[in-house]
Write a protein that binds this ligand. Structure first.
Ligand SMILES: Nc1ncnc2c1ncn2[C@@H]1O[C@H](COP(=O)(O)OP(=O)(O)OP(=O)(O)O)[C@@H](O)[C@H]1O
Ligand SMILES: [Mg+2]
Length: 309
């Protein structure tokens, strides 16, 4: 009898509240967005920089983040790939919680390209090396891992009967091929941005705009699922802003998912599918560029736009 009452209670609307957390949705086999941030809070000492943010980015979206200086835009972006450790909350990328210590963060971070305001190229390496460094490193690392696993399997197979021997993992590549593929890919990317002739020069000999475009293709060389840009043009001389924005716009048109912190309101209006306005560690308002720039509701957003437009 007791069980029956309980069953009826649970079935009634009041008690059948669905758990809408990402973890519960994943457990139910439901689809989650490419990135989902849940109750994300970041504090530096007593300073609350991100205040309980829940937000998501769907595949193919181009999300622009705008807001006054110090509002937490960069911190938010850096929390998305856990360059900054959240104080609390979760960041799901392709369904894996990057904040969970059991998750191999490096494996997932590979698929998130990040481009900063300062180009962050390695000045002691030529352009080609800058672009191939990470893909080669990862390719060789994976190859070593596979070979080590196979060595272990070969050894343990010695103790297995013929019928129980385990098959070795396929090794489809070699160190030489990994290096060659990375080089060809880098040259293809450089050709795409019209800088094929710069493959062997050092970053210090390039203009800011060239360096930033190379920083972008360096991120692309990892074949990312999403690109995170933090004010990619704000350290550039004005005449170089256009070429960098043009490249980002091309990527957007090709369908790349991106989150871009920007002070370029014209660019946000043109390229973004959604604009988030941050202030005081919260997303105060969000909407389409038409809504945000044409019909802002939040007083702080109105004030901000009156200063920047
Ligand atoms: N490592 C840190 N240690 C302490 N405080 C920090 C740290 N990083 C950021 N902050 C503080 O967090 C707040 C938000 O900084 P954040 O860089 O995210 O702002 P922002 O919106 O990107 O600003 P801007 O438009 O100037 O780049 C600021 O008050 C900043 O001083
Ligand atoms: Mg910033």
């Amino acid at each position: 009898m007791k069980e029956e009452v309980k069953r009826q209670l649970l079935a009634s609307d009041a008690y059948a509240e669905e758990d809408v957390s990402v973890a519960a949705r994943l457990a139910r086999g439901e689809r989650v967005a490419l990135i989902e941030v849940e109750n994300l809070t970041k504090k530096f000492g007593d300073l609350v920089v991100l205040d309980d943010i829940t937000e998501k980015v769907e595949q193919g979206e181009k999300v622009a983040i705008i807001g006054p200086s110090g509002s937490g835009k960069s911190t938010f972006l850096r929390c998305l790939n856990v360059l900054e450790d959240p104080t609390s909350g979760a960041v799901y990328f392709e369904g894996a919680n990057l904040v969970d210590k059991k998750v191999d963060i490096n494996l997932h971070r590979r698929r998130m390209g990040m481009v900063f305001q300062q180009f962050n190229l390695f000045n002691n390496m030529n352009v080609l090396k800058n672009i191939t460094l990470a893909p080669v490193h990862i390719g060789l690392h994976d190859l070593r891992k596979t070979k080590a696993k196979n060595a272990l399997l070969r050894f343990t197979n010695l103790f297995r009967s013929a019928a129980n021997k385990k098959t070795l993992l396929p090794v489809q590549t070699s160190a030489k091929k990994i290096r060659e593929d990375a080089k060809q890919n880098a040259l293809r990317l450089l050709a795409r941005i019209g800088l094929a002739d710069k493959a062997n020069v050092y970053p210090s000999t390039l203009s800011g705009g060239q360096r930033q475009r190379i920083a972008i293709v360096r991120a692309l060389a990892m074949n990312p699922k999403v690109m995170l840009f933090d004010e990619p043009t704000s350290a550039l001389d004005p005449e170089m802003v256009g070429e960098v924005l043009e490249l980002i716009k091309e990527l957007a048109d090709e369908g790349m998912t991106m989150v871009i912190v920007t002070h370029e309101m014209g660019f946000a209006r043109e390229v973004a599918t959604r604009v988030l306005f941050m202030d005081g560690g919260k997303i105060q308002e969000q909407g389409t560029p038409q809504q945000i720039f044409g019909d802002p509701q939040n007083e702080r957003l109105k004030d901000f736009l009156s200063k920047v437009l």
